[in-house]
Design a protein around this ligand. Structure first.
Ligand code: MOS
Length: 735
């Protein structure tokens, strides 16, 4: 089905099942520990051996041929694979670094060997017996040092490295009020609960990978390309995923090394990357340096806005696209954005929840707060003043819908923004300095084609099959809701099968497109199945409706199951789009409000209240959507106050590679969180009239926290995380 907007009335609009805050259909499996995550499939795959991956101890250089004889002779060992005996390996489309290093080493903890043994302990012990001789080479590990030689990158997800409109230099120079500041965001780790894990098994020349992966089709292609085998010879299965955040958009070393180990030993091989390995072996969100300039009239109309960002990646990699939102968020006739890439020899930089906007908004939305103060304007008012209904770089392109100002008006009222004192460090609660902060949320809505197959059997059960993944987001549930609504059945009549490369290719889970696009694919398949049902019953009529398990035309009511009494019926289709996302800019919007208390003596910061107001079209399930947003808000608090990979600039690796030293928020750090979804639909998005929400929730949160800390203390911190050492000296004297 080709979606040619705007969406008209359709069966989804009944909202009998869709739009309801229903519990997750996979909830019981999760809470009883019976959801089969990759590493848990111990009983269904017989004769498993264990693989332990050895990582490089240097960041850059060469390895001499390794002596693996002691490891091979160790108890229980079945085989050792290194680059020397791995055979010819290619590289997939989505990995900048090779997943198996040697003789060249690209980054610290790059996999250089796998030891396969009968038990995990035997494999781990034997890995320590491998003798590796390194020849170190000089590497580049310091973003600031490498900025001078940064290049204008060619490879960018979603556009060009540079953009401009009007004449920024002239416009900025002429602006009566000018603001110019530079912000820094650190390297961050996805730190998902479930590590990268895979069980690999070969049956002849066919490889099966039970793994943890967000994008089944990309990854099936990538592993095939890397191993040099046809894509049809690879099967990927990933029905449950314990968090991805972008780190599992691609196959990583666990999958490749398990496949190589299994091929060498003739046994299914299970590999989980140990937690200390996750930080340097896999990918991370790269650090950024961002310069923002804003010029405005005395009254606060933006006339010039410029945003430059520098970030690093391995040779051949891409930049953090941190300026993207600045191209779209605020009005202003003179504009420039630019991204520069510093080549670094740190582990591969790549997508992490809301790549681009998440770190970009961390900078832009502090800058907006600073500019509002300079103008003597309320930061809510300043943002609303500079709202735009068209793409400001291409004014002939309207937004599909944009209720940005509404997010701020609703949020300000619900949060009690009036009680904020614009003058910092003026509100107290005993020893606590109190402050409120606000920031915009913004994330693009990307349309990806997505296919599904829907079957109806003689018991009236509807089964949906698609390779879509559920990374904890609620995909199973909203897909079941979509099929139930379309076929006019209750949720318990729907079964959903996901995450398998043998199923129709979906949009996958990435870039917050998964929810809206995969359900649109299921919608398309259900339209086909409805036709099949009508045809089987001889009731092909334009007024036919599917309600309460029946097909109804006029006075006639026929149970759905009857259509499939003799033969199962199948509908399969994919959603595709005309030029709807070219004609209209599709984005999601929001506002974040935060209140903090900062201990006037110790500088300890506690978040007291958080509110997010989101505009993302129809909300398919307010309960799972809310969970996405409160999770994202929590992650935003981590970005604001805690998360930072510490770079060893001599040895070239991330030092804090465990969850004791890479800090993320815990329950005690997070207050009650409120989420409001504006009641709306976006008919220019998909037939579901829904957009993504999973990444919108993190964008802007950290800046709202930063702005609240400023309002509480009067100290402006421009580099994240905002730890108390950065502002304690500036705290007002304790009376
Ligand atoms: Mo998202 S960072 O595209 O999983």
């Amino acid at each position: 089905m080709k979606f040619d907007a705007p969406a008209t009335n359709n069966p989804i609009d009944q909202l009998k099942v869709v739009g309801k805050p229903l519990d997750r259909v996979d909830g019981p499996l999760k809470v009883t520990g019976t959801a089969a995550y990759a590493h848990d499939r111990y009983d269904s795959i017989p004769n498993q051996a264990y693989g332990y991956v050895l990582g490089s101890a240097i960041a850059k250089g060469k390895i001499k041929p390794m002596n693996v004889s002691a490891a091979k002779a160790a108890a229980g060992v079945l085989g050792v694979v290194t680059a020397e005996n791995a055979g010819k390996l290619g590289k997939g489309d989505y990995n900048t670094a090779k997943l198996l290093g040697g003789p060249e080493v690209d980054h610290y903890h790059q996999a250089i060997a796998i030891v396969v043994a009968e038990t995990f302990e035997q494999a781990r012990a034997a890995a320590q017996l491998i003798q590796v001789e390194y020849t170190k080479a000089d590497g580049s590990y310091d973003l600031h040092a490498a900025m001078a030689t940064a290049i204008r990158p060619e490879k960018i997800f979603g556009g060009e490295a540079d953009s401009s409109a009007g004449d920024f230099d002239k416009g900025f120079a002429a602006a009566p009020i000018k603001f110019d500041a530079t912000y820094e965001t650190p390297d961050q780790a996805h730190a998902m609960m479930e590590p990268h894990a895979t069980i690999a098994a070969w049956h002849g020349d066919t490889l099966t990978l039970w793994t943890s992966n967000q994008m089944i089709d990309w990854s099936t292609g990538d592993i095939a390309k890397t191993l040099g085998i046809p894509k049809e010879k690879v099967r990927l299965s990933s029905p449950f995923i314990g968090g991805g955040f972008g780190g599992k958009l691609w196959i990583r070393a666990d999958a490749l090394m398990a496949a190589l180990g299994a091929r060498a030993t003739g046994r299914p091989v299970k590999v989980a990357l140990a937690r200390p390995f996750m930080f340097n072996n896999t990918v991370h969100r790269p650090a950024t340096v961002q310069r923002i300039r804003i010029g405005a009239t005395q009254q606060g109309k933006i006339t010039a806005i410029g945003h430059e960002s520098w970030s690093g990646d391995l040779p051949g990699g891409g930049p953090e696209v941190a300026v993207m939102q600045t191209r779209l968020l605020y009005a202003g006739e003179n504009r420039m954005t630019a991204m520069r890439l510093a080549v670094l020899d740190l582990p591969e930089a790549n997508a992490m929840r809301a790549p681009g906007e998440a770190p970009g908004m961390m900078a832009l939305e502090i800058a907006m707060d600073e500019m509002a103060e300079k103008l003597g304007l309320d930061p809510v008012e300043f943002r609303i003043m500079n709202d735009t209904q068209v793409d400001p770089e291409n004014p002939s392109r309207p937004f599909s819908m944009r209720t940005f100002a509404e997010c701020f008006k609703t949020g300000a009222e619900k949060f009690g923004w009036n009680n904020r004192n614009a003058k910092p460090a003026t509100r107290r609660d005993g020893r606590w300095l109190l402050g409120m902060g606000v920031a915009a949320a913004f994330r693009n809505n990307l349309l990806m084609k997505s296919a599904a197959r829907v079957r109806l059997d003689s018991r009236g059960t509807v089964t949906v099959e698609t390779d879509m993944t559920d990374i904890g987001t609620g995909s199973y549930t909203i897909i079941a809701q979509t099929a139930a609504e379309m076929m006019g059945v209750t949720l318990d009549k729907v079964a959903v099968r996901l995450g398998d490369s043998t199923l129709p290719v979906s949009a996958g889970s990435g870039g917050q497109w998964g929810g809206a696009c995969s359900t649109a694919g299921v919608y398309a398949a259900c339209v086909k199945l409805r036709e099949e049902v009508a045809r089987a019953l001889g009731l092909n009529h334009p007024d036919a409706t599917f309600v309460d398990g029946e097909l109804r035309v006029g006075n006639r009511r026929i149970p759905l199951a009857q259509a499939a009494a003799k033969k199962e019926l199948v509908g399969e289709d994919q959603i595709e789009y005309s030029d709807v996302d070219k004609k209209y800019q599709q984005s999601t919007f929001g506002s974040h409000f935060v209140e903090v208390g900062v201990d006037a003596a110790t500088g300890e910061v506690r978040i007291r209240r958080m509110l997010a107001v989101c505009s993302a079209g129809r909300i398919l399930n307010p309960k799972t959507a809310r969970s996405q947003v409160i999770g994202a808000m929590t992650m935003g608090v981590g970005a604001a106050l805690m998360e930072e990979l510490a770079v060893d600039k001599r040895a070239g690796f991330f030092v804090n590679h465990d969850l004791a030293s890479y800090e993320v928020p815990v329950h005690a750090d997070i207050p009650h969180q409120e989420v409001i979804f504006l009641d709306e639909v976006d008919p220019l998005a998909t037939p579901m009239k829904a957009k993504g929400v999973g990444e919108l929730g993190i964008c802007g949160v950290a800046a709202a926290v930063a702005n609240a800390i400023y309002n509480a203390t009067g100290v402006r911190v421009r580099n994240y995380p905002i730890t108390l050492d950065k502002y304690i000296k500036g705290l007002p004297e304790v009376a």
